[in-house]
Write a protein that binds this ligand. Sequence first.
Ligand SMILES: [Zn+2]
Length: 182
Amino acid sequence: MLTAPLPNRVNIRKAVTRSARYAGALCAEQIPQFKELLDPEAPTIDVVVEFGENEEGQQFAAVEMQGRVVLECQRCLNPVVCELKGNSRLGIVPGDEQAKQLPAGLEPLIAIDDVDLWAVAEEELALALPVVAYHPDGECEPPRSDRAERSVSEETGSTDHTAENPFSVLSSLLESDDTKEK
Ligand SMILES: [Zn+2]
């Protein structure tokens, strides 16, 4: 596991000129979207970012990631630990127009002077996240329906009075106020 911190903002021109390679471990504070998903036993994601320029003069950042997240198994509804691996090559472009010109195999990274490596890693992680997660075949079973109901009521502490729940009414009021202001 990598232990050095990954720098946050990096100057693109300098990084490309030096073919800089940054490696570090990101924790929940640096990738807040993943706070709830990180495995408490290995709560960091290793990230390596390498900058460079290809033969066509296109600046790029190659991003490699490895870590673990805990997702809900779609069969038994219990937590399942998933290995997460990401490997992508991003073409650094100043705007949407240039992004459209990128050759196949290069995803756009829109940035002008500096690039936020934490945000890049967070975005790439989101793309690497499996849409659905399962335990290996044969290692779990779907919950029986009565057991599923009981576990839901244990988690939320309420079963059938959601319609009467004053908090849900309150929050829907707040939400509609928000939308009116916008
Ligand atoms: Zn399962």
